[in-house]
Ligand binder design. Structure first.
Ligand code: IPM
Ligand code: MG
Length: 360
């Protein structure tokens, strides 16, 4: 029996509650298919700061680097808000992305038929939406230098640098075209090429890369228009390719198509086989310990791990179907509950999903 070693970085707040359920579900898959998933826990974020005075200790990075895949909960808690920026929990997230070279962030925004009425948008507009946002994750204004706050002309001056090497654009473009080839072969690249030089280069390299994928229909959209089109007509999108900061913003916006941040998973891939999987939501420290948060985004992130890291398409589908069955049967956590439905706790919805996996 092959063993898959998974670095388990639960993080802060409700991170452990949601990763516990994903572990439960992976163990059910293991039991059903005789796969051995071995979990190696490590600290990241505020809890790591408490223990090691850094949010991303070397021991955590080592465990992550030696693993076959990383499962992350969430980082951050109000109690760390006063820490200096270099040791804040969010830094650990940026640090691990950079250290593991996780440049390709896949954020699917899928509207499940069971949940179309959850979206704040009209059902007709969102039903059937199935978008894959591909966000570049290790470059852009997030990591560009020079950056800082200093005094200039007698007043404070803050600055960051939005920048990309063509090699960084090319490698994320290849990921996006490959994903598009597996889907409906439509790729929309989002930039701000009417204003930003870095975006003009982005567009040039994306067009160049597209020559290798003649079957994919490529379009370009300015980010402001894309923000509007996502609400106006989300079904026009298949794969959306964009840089780090635009992708950060557009993926939060897209999550509202499905109605809850608690539903959306993500995968962050590198050019080696190492990858990290995490829900797109935060750590919700105010909800900690109450057994009320929605573990589905993390459970679906574990499903993405099976698909993208371990090539287990059947097992991936089993998790997705088990989640959908639970929703169809009217089992909900509080964030997505509607009239007449059974409200369950974090653990209980995890149990139902596990039972569905073992049963079907
Ligand atoms: C995300 C988050 C992070 C980001 C923060 C927490 C640093 O918003 O994963 O989208 O900006 O990338
Ligand atoms: Mg974000």
């Amino acid at each position: 029996m092959k063993t898959y070693n998974i670095a388990l970085l639960a993080g802060d707040g409700t991170g452990k509650e949601v990763t516990d359920e994903a572990v439960k579900v992976l163990k059910a898959i293991g039991e059903k298919h005789s796969i051995d998933f071995n979990f190696e826990p490590a600290l990241i974020g505020g809890c790591a700061y408490d223990e090691y005075k850094t949010p991303l200790p070397d021991v955590t990075l080592d465990i992550a680097k030696k693993s076959d895949a990383v499962l992350l909960g969430a980082v951050g808690d109000w109690k760390y808000d006063t820490l200096p920026p270099e040791v804040r929990p969010e830094r650990a997230l940026l640090g691990i992305r950079k250290e593991l070279n996780l440049f390709a962030n896949l954020r699917p925004a899928t509207v499940y038929p069971e949940l179309t009425s959850l979206s704040p948008l009209k059902e007709d507009f969102v039903s059937g939406t199935d978008i894959m946002i591909i966000r570049e994750l290790t470059g852009d204004v997030y990591f560009g230098t020079p950056k800082g706050i200093e005094t200039k002309n007698g007043e404070k001056f803050g600055y960051n640098n939005m920048c990309y090497f063509e090699s960084e654009i090319r490698r994320i473009a290849h990921v996006a075209f490959k994903v598009a080839m597996q889907r409906n072969k439509k790729l929309c690249s989002v930039d701000k090429a009417n204003v930003l030089d870095v975006s003009r280069l982005w567009r040039e390299i994306v067009i160049e890369t597209s020559k290798e994928y003649p079957e994919v229909e490529l379009s370009h959209m300015y980010v402001d228009n894309a923000a509007m089109q996502l609400i106006r007509n989300p079904k026009q999108f298949d794969v959306v390719l964009t840089g780090n900061i635009f992708g950060d913003i557009l993926s939060d916006e897209a999550s509202m198509l499905s109605g809850s941040l608690g539903l959306l998973p993500s995968a962050s891939l590198s050019d080696t086989k190492l990858a990290m999987y995490e829900p797109i939501h935060g750590s919700a420290p105010d909800l900690k310990g109450q057994n009320i948060v929605n573990p589905i985004a993390t459970i679906l992130s574990a499903a993405m791990m099976l698909k993208y890291s371990f090539n287990m398409d059947t097992e991936h589908d089993e998790i997705v179907n088990a989640v959908r069955k639970a929703l169809k049967d009217g089992f909900r956590t509080k964030d997505i509950a509607q009239d007449g439905m059974t409200i369950l706790g974090t653990k209980e919805i995890g149990d139902i999903i596990k039972a569905n996996i073992l049963k079907y």
